[in-house]
Structure formats: structure tokens, C-alpha cells
Design a protein. Sequence first.
Length: 622
Amino acid sequence: MRRTRTVLLTAALTAALTASTAGAPAPPAGASTATPITPQDLTITVTGLGTEQRACQVDADLYVPSGVDARHRAPAVLSTNGFGGTKADQADLAQGLGEQGYVTLAYTGLGFVDGDTCPITLDDRQHDGAAASQLLRFLGGDPSVHAVDDATGRPVVIDQVVREDGDAGTRFDPSVGMIGGSYGGQVQFAAAAVEHAAGTDRLDVIVPMITWNDLSYSLDPDNSAFPGGTAASGSVSSRQTGVFKYQWAALFTSLGVINGAQDLQALADPTRWRAFAADTCANFDPRVCQALLEVAAQGHPGAASIEFLRSVSVASYLGDVRVPTLLAQGQADTLFNLQESVATFAALRAQGTPVSMVWQSWGHSTLTPLPGELDQRHPAASYQGRQVLAWFAHHLKGAGPAPKLGFCYFRDFAYDGTDVAAAYATAASYPVGRQRSLYLSGGGPAGGALVTDPGTVVPGLSAYGGVAPVGPNYTETAYLDQSGPVTDPPGTAVRFSTSPLTAPLDVVGSARLTVSLDAPTVRTSQLTGPGGQLVVYVKLYDVGPDGTVELPHRLISPVRVADVDRPVTVELPAIVHRFAPGHRLAVVLAGGDLAYRGSTLPQPLTVRTGPGVPGRLTLPVT
């Protein structure tokens, strides 16, 4: 039974962290029925990685379409897996792109199950980015990148890929793009940055999906101290410590250790167990373990750990990402929320990098795309697949017009169950719509009201008592469960609600809450640092006429408040949601959440309202 649970957990996480297809049992009508490509199984040696000058054996599959050879070359695509996956996860994508005329190299990322003991380095530039850069050179025909056909043992040098070697002196330059999801998304930024910093710029276009902007925000979010006050300014890198997302971190850690152990077993070398456990921190960069130990000991990661997580993120090297970028992010994603894509999109756009942003229906929390939304095996038969093909065709084949740059987003309230494309809206940029303000008014044991006229605000106090470091409020169980009801036990949260709506209210983007707090027990302890600061969880509820609560995609905004004596402004996670007539919109402040590591000490909180007291909820309404 224990073995079964482990296999199921591994399978679930591998699927969750890979940009997956809808899994239809038969090809869509009109899809190609060409004979599948038989991939060539390769082992490619990448060298000189990191300060250790590490050499790693990369397990890869090369898919060459029929009719493509040294005399009839084609552009290429490089793809790799999500966290915990392997090259096999990219098989459908490689076959689908092959039928569109692309040579595809699918490879297993460093640290995952590939028969090699190189550890997981979290998609950093020095290891993962440098490895991907060497694979780009391999696709460009560089004989110094050593590759062997696993079936024959013979060396392999690519001569089937279109070359772009130019006057600038860049050799072994293929016409090549990258695509992948989650962990397989961030590595694209790392590869682009390595290439640009070297002045070679071999990478022509990237399609990073459901990935992060700043891993310190992803795992230790604080939504009250963005450098520009909002993700739309181009950053989610908070100036202060956040609230640790321990459930997601625990799942990643478990899967990484399992992958490392499987590689050791494949190598049948028990003498490497000590190094596996100590030198590589059980298959991770040792700084990952340091961050986890800090959270266990003090409730939050230290400054050095936050800096490490940020260093393995595109947020730390955006200036070196100059390649055209089709950025796709999931609305159903409590791991890498929409704010991460907003920050990347805004920063790339500001520096002149060609970029478009897509908010799709699916993400890490709800894996399966809607029918016709994304089909990797038959990309031309799906909405997102056609977007990808248009970007690849223009930037790799020189065919078709330049894709329009902008923003598109899925609206579940406009989806009729048949035509997913019609449920997508488009805009020239982000944000969209207009700002609408509601004001916190009154109070009571459990909360007060949200009113439209600031002149009708009345004084009030609403409070909750101290809670445990973890919970008891419930929103989700990471990827493993999105079915349980959202709950706030009595005395653990306060809620401010509108009257029943008389017309639909469509919110697209991030709401912002400014609120005045009173937490006497924290006033002194906050001077000691993050461990003594107030932790609050802010949520936006859709309350039905029968009182049923919906938390859109179970997204919340954890906050570690630096100074309770000043009003705090919190940006909530971006959503696309219609609040229907007869429903109430409610903003909730809670003292705990079962998915996060909160405060070690009880922190009773009072929310103050009244004329002249800052208390406003601003909504982006279309």
C-alpha cells in the first residue's frame, strides 16, 4: 500500500507540473494521421556547468520528420519536462510538431530520472541554462557537443536543422525555438539569458507556460510590498519576507528525492548514497535544504535563502531575455499564479522584448485543458496550439505575419461547452477595464459591509482571535485536493460583503485592498523581525444567495505586515470571474491557512473602519 501511494503521488505531481494535453482518446476531426516518428534515443554530454565545472549526461530523444535530412533541412524545437518528469512527457508534443515540419529534441532535465546523478539546480543559468545552451549548439551541428546514439553507440552530429550562422561570428546557430511548462518553462528564460549574455543569441522564440517570475514569491509570497505596489509594475519581488507555502514545497522536495533515489538505483552504485544524501542534499542544490531547515526552525526562510530562490528566477536577469516570448499562465494555479506572468509580461514589454500573454483555463491546480484548448499531439486542432504554431512559423520558418502582441484571457462565464476559442477575449495590453472602488464600513464580531459610496461609511470594529501556525482555515491541499469546501471556523476571520448584486460584475485582474489594522500583541514583537510580524491571509469570496462560498480558483494573498501601525495595501491574486446577479462579493481577512506556515505566536487582530479611516477594495472591472 505504501508503494502504491508513492507511485500515485509521483504520477500526480509529474502530470501536474507538465503542460499536458486534454488526453482525448482519438484525434480531432481533420487531424493528421501521418505515421508517427520513431525517435532516436541519445545521450548528450554537457560540460563545464556551474562553479564545479560539472559534466552531466542528458537523456534525449531526437524526432526528425520524414523527408528532413541534410539536403532538406527544417527548423528545430527544444523541449524539456516539468518538475519530476522525463523526456517521455514531451512525446506527444514532439510528434505533433514533427507533423508540422519541426525537428524536435526532447530531453530530461538535470536531476530527474535519466541514469545520471547530477542534482536538481532549480533551472538556474549556471547549470540548467548552460546545459540548454549546449543543446542548442548540438542542434546547430556543433561536433564538440558529444552525443551518442544509445542503440548503436555511434556519435551523432546534427545536419538536418536549418542554420543561421551569420556575419556576427555566431557558429552552430540553428533556427530554433523552445517550449515547455512549469520547470520546462523557466529553463527557457535561463537559456535565452545565457545566450544573450554570451552575445550568441541562438534562441529565436520561446513559449514558457505556467512558470514562475520569482521563486521566492512563488514559495514565500508577500503581497503587500511589491517594488511598484503592483505586479503590473513589472515585479512581484517583495521587499520583505513572505509566508511560506509549505505544502507545495513539501511535494516538490519529496518528488525530487524520489527522482534522485531512482537514478542511484539505476546506476546500481550504493557507494554514492552518502554523497546523494549529504553533498547534493538528497538530489537538490544544498541551498534548497537550507531554506527548508530555516522554515522548520523559525517559520520563514532567511534572507540568503530568499536571495537564492530569486537568483534562479527570470526576475533576476530579465534584462538578458530579448527573445520573442509567448507567455502562457494558468488561471487555475495556486503554485505560480497569474501575477507572476503579469510581472514578466510587464517587464519584458517595458524593455522592448516582443511578448504576448495568455491566461488559459488550466494550470497546476486543475491540470486538464478544456476540449479544443490545448492538444499537444494535434496542435493545429486546438486554440493554444494554433497560437504556438503561428509564433513558430513566423520566427522559425519566416512564414506568416508577425503575431499580434497583446493579452488574451479565458472567460469561463462565456464558455458554452463547445467553442473554447469564443470564450477567449483579447486586448492590446494589460491591465484591462476600469477600476471600481468599494469601501469597508461598519463592523461586528465577524465583519461588516462593502459600500459603493464613501459618504455612507460608518465606524466599526471587527476582530478575530489568535490561531495556530498552520490553519485552521482551509482553502486547498496544494495540487492533491481542490474539492473540499473553503472554511473559516468562527473567530478566525472577518468578512466585509456587498449587498446582493443587481447586475453581473466581471473582474479581470488583481483587486487591491487597503485596510487599517490593530494588533496590540504584534506592536512590540514586530520590531524583532519577520518572526514577530503579523501574518494575514486576504481572500475574495463569491457568496451565493444560499450562503455558499466560492473562492475563485482557491487563490489567496498571504501577507506579512511590516508595521501594523500603518494602513496596509494588499494586491490579491489576479482572477477572471463573473460575480452573478443576486450574489454578494466579499473580502475576507483570516489569521491562518492550512496550506501555509503562518505565525508561531497567537496574533489577535482588529479591523477598524469609519469616515477618514483607510479601508477600500478596488476591483478591475470589464
